[in-house]
Design a protein around this ligand. Sequence first.
Ligand code: ADP
Ligand code: MG
Length: 249
Amino acid sequence: MAILEVKNVGKRFGGLQALSDVNLSVAENSVHAIIGPNGAGKSTLLNCLVGKLIPDTGSVMFDGQSVLGRKPYEINQMGISRVFQTPEIFGDLSVQENMMIPCFAKRDGAFQMNALTAMSSQRDVIEKAEEMLVEMKLADKRHMHAASMSRGDKRRLEIAMCLSQDPRLLLLDEPTAGMARADTNNTIDLLKQIKDERDITIAIIEHDMHVVFSLAERITVLAQGTPLVEDTPDNIKGHPKVREAYLGE
Ligand code: ADP
Ligand code: MG
């Protein structure tokens, strides 16, 4: 069954048709990769899924409900969580404090967070944050300044912050961009662990074919704003149109 169903989505920026006729179906509990050259429209598509952009045409259904017209925080509450292309953590705070923020938001609702509720009862939030830090193997770094972590650990923390919301769909935009090979491999292992241990669907935009072929069960190739092909990794590897359009052969 598809948890995410994108139909005929189009998005124009002035004179540029960034997306046209995008159809995408992501099966529940799968890992689905979206690949394509720079400027293909991958991030634009992701932005249309999380309410950051509103498509000009088409529909986006999550678990049978339309996400269009909903605000990003409402879509988040529906069960979609998103990891951005550049890590969005609070560098001045400790790892533990960062982890507490989404835990407060989940408990109190993103827009009811205030100093009073924060001070009145922190114990459950601290416990939830601690649980996540342990699950995500960040517990020994809990007092570290988030800014001084490695790129891989920042990404790990950010993914942990997303998972504390218990999303059903995790969206990642180039999570290994700019990472050294060791951090990339750690991120692959982390995503495999998440996939094995949680009831979750993962849609990942990724440039690094090593990451894509390590994780994805289905791959959609986007080129010039429209899907070129969608298939299994094995079929994608040998696809002549993909080799031509994406691998530059
Ligand atoms: P990708 O993530 O695949 O590299 P993007 O979705 O970021 O591609 O961009 C697709 C195209 O849309 C690019 O040509 C980009 O310059 C353009 N684009 C993206 N966002 C905007 C925007 N907010 N305004 C104008 N053009 C944009
Ligand atoms: Mg992008």
